[in-house]
Ligand binder design. Sequence first.
Ligand code: FES
Ligand code: FES
Length: 271
Amino acid sequence: MLSATGTTAVAATLTLAMAISLPLWAQSGTSSALAGVVADKSGAVIPNAQVKATEVDTGAARAVESNMDGRFLFSQVNPGTYRIEVWAAGFGPGESQPITVTLGQTAAVNFTLSPAAASQSIEVTAKLPVNAPADETLLSVLRNRLNLTGTKYGCGEGACGACTVLLDGKAVRSCQTLASEAATARITTIEGLEQNGHLSPIQQAFLDEDAFQCGYCTSGMIVRATALLSATPNPTPTEIVARMNGNICRCGTYPRIVAAVQRAAQSRGTA
Ligand code: FES
Ligand code: FES
């Protein structure tokens, strides 16, 4: 059972310093790159810092390719505009303003992190306490801190529904939900729908109807359908389409998804 509840939320503080000094180890080659250093207020490099760069235009996220004791390097990035996020245990998070990378140049962004004033705590029923910055998204907490990767990162901006989870039984987009908003709620992810080793009727119905191709949207669809059938046990096809409409399937399996939800409704009704 992977539902979660938790308590407390206190904002973290952040001091973000931008600099254009370029580490010597990053001054190489002709391809475009992003590089920088994550340090504390005394200037000491934070060795356990983690870094992510997101291309603003496409929303594509890149994991750091080379993280050398707090110094980071994204090599061979496309020229464009990027936002960089850094975080480290015990420190408030850091995020850059959009930074432009031009062809053949290495853009440098240095961060100075302050100790977290306090942390947010989420306690899951599996007894896994989680400390996360108050402004971290629930999706990030689930995937990156709890390794619950069934919840998918799709658009990251609330448009696709791949990240849908239940908060106190209500379907929400975890990419648009702060961990602080979820701290006192009961969270149910796709992993938490099965009971005692048995798939939920909706999970089984998606299998029975082959209601997926690549499957990337499927966990969000199933979680959304779970909320739908809780509120409306016997929906009409029109109601299913209307209620599932915000979840996008790029493979276009919509007719089979509707059939799966209908099948699940029937099986729940006869169970
Ligand atoms: S990833 Fe959250 S809505 Fe697309
Ligand atoms: S099955 Fe591929 S996005 Fe829906």
